[in-house]
Design a protein around this ligand. Structure first.
Ligand SMILES: NC(=O)c1ccc[n+]([C@@H]2O[C@H](COP(=O)([O-])OP(=O)(O)OC[C@H]3O[C@@H](n4cnc5c(N)ncnc54)[C@H](O)[C@@H]3O)[C@@H](O)[C@H]2O)c1
Length: 260
């Protein structure tokens, strides 16, 4: 993709989305953010984005308005990164209300699909574009997050279905599955004592968290011409959590070898 690319990042005000925004601004792209009202903090970001639009990815009408506004003002959108997402509290199913379940599905699953369709149908008509859906390592594993994990599994299915739908129309659709990524939200959860950093890192092959910039680097690759034959994949960026998380059954991951 050339320096004149127009990239839309949903959920670009924070965390992984913000790291993607920085990555593509530095690369010289026109970067447009869609996020909830009040989410964008210009003083925190300090990067010259082309525009920030208030929008909720669950709101069909607003997203359809935004695609018109963005394409009129900034040109044809060539890349979309769906980072908007919410977590859920860890609750047994008996305590997880259907209201919370519906909300997680609405944002993480439906919102990802809706934004993909609203922007992707324009890309397909022009015969060019690339979409990245941010899924999660939980999309392929059992975890005690009974709304979030199924929603993220659906994101992988959405990715493959749309990749096949638009493959001959020049639109590539891929997913990235971040492992535990040290965003401000995760840092706050660690600071509050809600998450134990050792629990997050002990099962990763590399024994560490992922930095948000490492997700952005992968997004940079998947939106670039270097990935021109890649569509419908799920790229885990997880410091080896998927590879290492079953080793507990065998006593855990071995320590680093002594260096000579
Ligand atoms: N941080 C991690 O460890 C991790 C791991 C795996 C997957 N993920 C996924 O990465 C994505 C980004 O997560 P993050 O950790 O950067 O979280 P974050 O909370 O820092 O960022 C999420 C952004 O999405 C926005 N958002 C939330 N609901 C929205 C809505 N309805 N419409 C528009 N914007 C909305 C928020 O305002 C925020 O700016 C999410 O999909 C999350 O599930 C994160």
């Amino acid at each position: 993709m050339s320096a004149s690319s127009v990239i839309v990042v949903t959920g670009g005000a924070s965390g992984i989305g913000a790291a993607c925004v920085k990555h593509f601004v530095r690369r010289g792209d026109t970067v447009v953010v869609i996020d909830l009202p009040g989410a964008w903090k210009p003083e925190r970001m300090g990067v010259p984005v082309a525009a920030v639009y208030e929008g909720d990815v669950t709101d069909d009408q607003r997203l359809r308005e935004l695609v018109d506004i963005i394409e009129q003002k900034h040109g044809a959108v060539t890349g979309l990164i769906n980072c908007a997402g919410i977590l859920q509290h860890r609750l047994p199913p008996e305590q997880l209300t259907m209201t919370e379940w519906d909300r997680v599905i609405a944002v993480d699953q439906r919102g990802t699909y809706l934004a993909s369709v609203v922007f992707g149908e324009r890309m397909a008509k022009r015969g060019a574009g690339a979409i990245i859906n941010i899924a999660s390592i939980t999309s392929t594993r059992s975890v005690p997050l009974h709304a979030y994990a199924p929603a993220k599994a659906a994101v992988l299915s959405i990715t493959q279905c749309l990749a096949a739908e638009w493959g001959r129309s020049g639109v590539r659709v891929n997913a990235i599955s971040p492992g535990y990524t040290l965003t401000e939200a995760l840092q706050a959860a660690i600071d509050r004592g809600d998450r134990n950093p050792d629990d997050l890192t002990s099962q990763a092959a590399m024994g560490r968290l992922v930095d948000p910039s490492e997700i952005a680097d992968a997004a940079g690759f998947l939106l670039s011409d270097a990935a021109r034959a890649i569509t419908g994949i799920n790229l885990p960026v997880d410091a080896g959590w998927l590879a290492g998380s079953t080793w507990m059954t065998y006593g855990g991951i071995p320590p680093a070898r002594a260096r000579t």
